[in-house]
Write a new protein. Structure first.
Length: 162
């Protein structure tokens, strides 16, 4: 896998996450705070975990020594979560251009870094799907979140049927 392909996947991850965050305005606060819906988590906790995992992986890749755990903090509001994502994306925007072919190809404890990077995106896909299912049940579907939708949007191709 090439560094540009990793950047593409991270751009897709952001696009899909923004689609989920975009349908949260006006959501019943009880729905946001509800727990025990998917395992121990509810909608808000799922989306906070997605952020926390993304932050922890990035800090690990950058070897900062930090390991943020927003899941251990009080549940933020929807707007606070959006602000935290925007702050994270700003840092990612500064980091991703520094990702080299050598870094992507490096093998850490038997696992190529490119596989770890793909895991970060795939992990987000899992939690966006959980959140999308909960939102759809509330009449707030974020719409198509498939990678191909993002890819086709980037090249100006119309929507395709699944």
């Amino acid at each position: 896998m090439q560094a540009d392909e990793i950047r593409f996947l991270f751009a897709y991850d952001r696009w899909a996450t923004r689609r989920v965050l975009a349908v949260l305005d006006g959501l019943d606060p009880a729905v946001w705070r509800r727990s025990g819906v998917v395992g121990e988590r509810g909608l808000g906790a799922i989306l906070v975990h997605h952020l926390g995992a993304s932050q922890r992986w990035r800090h690990g890749f950058q070897d900062t020594g930090e390991s943020p755990e927003p899941e251990r903090e009080p549940l933020p509001t929807v707007d606070q979560l959006r602000e935290r994502w925007e702050a994270e994306w700003a840092v990612v925007d500064a980091w991703l251009p520094t990702v080299t072919e050598g870094f992507v190809g490096y093998v850490h404890e038997g696992v190529p870094v490119w596989q770890m990077l793909v895991h970060v995106v795939n992990h987000g896909t899992q939690h966006r799907a959980e959140a999308a299912a909960l939102l759809t049940a509330e009449g707030r579907s974020p719409g198509e979140l498939d990678l191909i939708e993002y890819a086709e949007e980037q090249v100006g191709v119309g929507n395709r049927e699944a």
